[in-house]
Design a protein around this ligand. Structure first.
Ligand code: NAD
Ligand code: MG
Length: 409
């Protein structure tokens, strides 16, 4: 039987008229959309903490707009700046990665996990331990620590509500239905900027071309993940952990219009899908407000104007990241942890101009091959083991990139 994020039941808190909320990664693409949703319903939320890594001005401005109690900047060298910007507002300030984790342990009804990458793991786990339901955008923390993440959420009896649009679509398609009768779960993919590109064109792709997503405006890391389709691979892994469904019953379908975000096929042949404009404020609002639904200032779907919805199978030859991620999912948490770490390093190297576009997936694959012999099967039962393995994945990726760079130079 698959699992629905609506479980575990029995906590009336989700129905409170006014919810306390913290936003981790408030200056990013998801963070800003979250602030937008919160601002639209000023009387529905009390903002406790917001955090950012380095953008002091945006952090301070958002803290004032949202009336947050505490603003935390990850880069400790910016603390004086932040303090100056917030002087006289009554908003407390703090800095450094430890301060972010500490802020995450302040009790709130809901924590929005919108930090990018495995860096979001410790704050998200701290929020879970403090009893907050999680609105999860930060898929990497699920990919690097899957089972451990779920165990911690279950132990604290908190809900993990998926902000990722495809997963929110599945969440919605599961609601009020018989979980025993779920046959398959399908998440859609836009296909990214290179959906119709040849391998040769992809080989020469620049960061600017790869960052230009046809449907969604997102942060740089997930934009590159969308171009390689690693994003969809990470999302398969995320879906496996969120819905407790095995790889064999999880499908990816390319749908360039990004209108149908995901669907569930039931045993009787019925298919329940969620549709909507490509605007993250819709799934964010769904998670922030669930089980109620509040108005959002998002474009309404006009299907007559859209006209045609098309679907195609993903091309695994041009987008090997998808098969690499699926194989990692089938190999277990150690493999998805390494996959994520190597991918984070490779994406950063591509954005820095250190490797070519096709080398992103090649790096991840090579690192997984090497890691199989040395750390394959590692059991991730503590945060320390998760972070140590993540470090090893990063080390192997950096080593390969440096080695190949030296050979080329
Ligand atoms: P982004 O780069 O726009 O924002 C990232 C945020 O995290 C920023 O506030 C930044 O200050 C903070 N941050 C970065 N590194 C940090 C660190 N080391 N420690 C603490 N904070 C740090 O990214 P985004 O596009 O908003 O994506 C955030 C997460 O949501 C990612 O995991 C992404 O996969 C996921 N997601 C994003 C979208 C989208 O539409 N943007 C959709 C689905 C899922
Ligand atoms: Mg998504």
């Amino acid at each position: 039987m698959v699992r629905s994020p609506a479980l575990p039941e029995g906590r009336a808190r989700a129905d409170k008229a006014r919810r306390t909320l913290s936003i981790f990664g408030a200056t990013g693409s998801i963070g800003r959309s979250t602030a937008d949703v919160v601002l639209q319903h000023g009387d529905a939320f009390d903002v406790e903490v917001i955090t950012a890594q380095s953008r002091v001005d945006e952090l301070a401005e958002t803290a004032v707009q949202l009336g947050a109690r505490l603003a935390v900047i990850g880069d400790a060298t910016r603390l004086a700046d932040l303090r100056e910007r917030l002087a006289g507002t009554g908003i407390a300030v703090a800095a450094g990665p430890g301060a972010i984790v500490e802020a995450a342990s302040r009790p709130v009804d809901l924590a929005v996990a919108a930090i990018v990458g495995a860096a979001g793991l410790e704050p998200t786990l701290a929020a879970i331990d403090a009893g907050a339901d999680i609105a999860l955008a930060n898929k990497e923390c699920m990919v690097c620590a899957g089972a451990l993440f779920n165990r911690r959420a279950a132990a604290a009896a908190v809900r993990v509500l998926p902000v990722d649009s495809e997963h929110d679509a599945i969440f919605q398609s599961l609601e009020a239905n018989n979980l025993r009768a779920v046959e398959r779960i399908t998440i859609t993919a836009s296909g990214g900027p290179f959906r119709t590109a040849t391998l040769d064109e992809m080989r020469g792709a620049t960061p600017a071309q790869a960052l230009k997503h046809p449907r969604w405006a997102m942060g740089p890391k997930i934009s590159i993940d969308s171009a390689t389709m690693m994003n969809k691979g990470l999302e398969l892994i995320e879906a496996h952990h969120l819905f407790d469904i095995e790889s064999a019953r999880l499908d990816v379908l390319v749908h360039p219009q990004s209108i149908v975000h995901g669907f569930v096929t039931y045993a009787d042949g019925s298919v329940i899908a969620q549709l909507g404009a490509a605007d993250m404020r819709i799934p964010i609002s769904h998670c922030l407000n669930w089980p109620r639904r509040l108005e959002t200032a998002t474009p309404r779907l006009d299907l007559a104007a859209v006209g045609t919805l098309t679907f195609e199978k993903p091309d695994l030859e041009r987008f090997p990241a998808l098969s690499i991620a699926r194989a990692a999912l089938e190999n277990g948490d150690w493999a998805t942890n390494i996959l994520n770490a190597a991918n984070e390093v490779a994406v950063a190297a591509f954005l820095d101009g250190a490797i070519e576009f096709l080398e992103i997936a090649a790096t991840v694959e090579a690192v997984l091959d090497r890691a199989t012999a040395t750390v394959g099967g590692t059991v991730l039962d503590t945060v320390e083991t998760v972070l140590a393995l993540d470090g090893e994945g990063r080390r192997l990726a950096a080593e390969r990139i440096e080695f190949r760079g030296r050979r080329a130079g």
